[in-house]
Structures are given as C-alpha cells and as structure tokens.
Design a protein around this ligand. Structure first.
Ligand code: HEC
Length: 175
C-alpha cells in the first residue's frame, strides 16, 4: 500500500514538474529563450540562425550557447568578429541547457530554415509559370460559339421584326 502511494506521488510530482517546469521542447525553448533576439531567417539583435549547423560545429554551438562571452574572449576569431558585428551586444549565458536541448534547437532551426526556403520560391510550382489563357478555337469553345450564333440570330430577328413593324405601319397609314 505504501509503495503504491509513493508511486502515485512520484507520478503526480513528475506530471506537475512537466507542466510547471521549464519547457523542454526545442521549439518552446527557442521561443521562450532565444526568439527575443534571434529569428531563423532574419537578423534581429542577434544573427539569423538559419544555416548555423553549416557555419559552426555542434561542439562550438553548444559551448557558445552555454557561455558566449567565454568563447568570445577565448581568442576565437569568428566569435569576436560576430560580437563586434552585432554592436557588442552580450548574449546571455544558458548554462542550464543540456547538449541535447541545444541539439534539439539546432534541429528545430534546420527544419524551420527549410520551410522558409520553400516559401521564398517566387513561384509555387513550375507548372504555374505557363500563361493562363486559352486561344479561341472552334473545337474547344462550342459553348461560346453557340452563344455567339444565338446572339447574332436574335439580333437579326429583332431587325427583321423592326422592319416588318415599319412595313405594317406604312401599310396601315396608306390604307
Ligand atoms: C539578448 C539577446 C540574445 C538572446 C536571448 C540569445 N542570443 Fe544568441 N546571439 C545574440 C547576439 C547579439 C549574438 C552575436 C554574438 C554576440 O554579440 O555575442 C548571438 C549569437 C548566437 C550564435 C552564433 C550565431 C552565428 O551566426 O554564428 C548562436 C548559435 C546563438 N546566438 C544561439 C542562441 C540560442 C540557441 C539562444 C537561446 C537559447 C540565444 N542565442 C539567445 C543575442 C542573443
């Protein structure tokens, strides 16, 4: 009984920790702790992070996120130049993020950069590049030609009717 109770307690506490604790999903961590300075495809206070996995090694990214200032002052030329380029804004340390958290964030950045590249394509599909008009042709436009002929027939009918009415009128006056 005691064991059961403590198991339930552990379960409940674990659940509470999940709900109340810091976010563990990469996207949630990024939104909560990075997005104020970083966008993926746009330079904000910090650089755009798209392609970071190609610019830097994973080890570098992990150490940098843990303590940017330590890397910048360690003689890392790239980090020092980046710091200067971004007006010496200090990115805060994130020592509590685990290597897996940071790898998750990089994966999230990768997936988001892909969709952004697709969205940026000027045309959704190459097929849509073809002009969207259909030249008039007898075979493909039966409906149009039938309507046209009917319209012409009605016009001719109206003219004949008007002529007839004139003729009738004249007859009536002459009589
Ligand atoms: C207060 C603003 C701020 C926050 C919050 C912040 N950063 Fe930064 N970040 C910067 C700035 C500014 C730079 C450029 C280097 C410098 O000035 O220190 C940078 C640089 C970087 C770089 C190197 C980029 C490159 O192009 O090489 C990475 C990677 C990075 N940040 C990841 C993160 C991650 C991940 C988080 C969230 C856990 C985060 N940053 C939170 C401001 C911030």
């Amino acid at each position: 009984m005691k064991i059961k109770c403590s198991l339930v307690a552990v379960f409940v506490i674990a659940q509470l920790a999940c709900f109340a604790g810091a976010p563990t999903e990469p996207k949630a961590i990024f939104t909560a702790r990075c997005a104020s300075c970083h966008a993926i495809n746009k330079v904000l206070t910090g650089p755009a992070l798209a392609g970071i996995d190609q610019r830097r090694t994973m080890d570098w990214i992990i150490s940098f996120v843990h303590s940017p200032q330590r890397i910048i002052h360690s003689g890392d030329v790239y980090a020092a130049a980046l710091f200067e380029k971004h007006n010496r804004v200090t990115m805060p340390d994130h020592p509590d993020l685990t290597a897996d958290d940071i790898k998750g964030i990089v994966e999230y950045i990768k997936s988001e950069s892909k969709t952004a590249v697709e969205e940026k394509a000027p045309f959704p599909t190459p097929g849509r590049l073809h002009p969207d008009y259909h030249p008039l042709s007898l075979t493909g436009n039966y409906g149009f030609f039938i309507c046209y002929l009917l319209f012409v027939a009605v016009l001719i009918g109206a003219m004949l009717f008007a002529v007839n009415v004139q003729a009738l009128k004249r007859k009536a006056y002459n009589a």
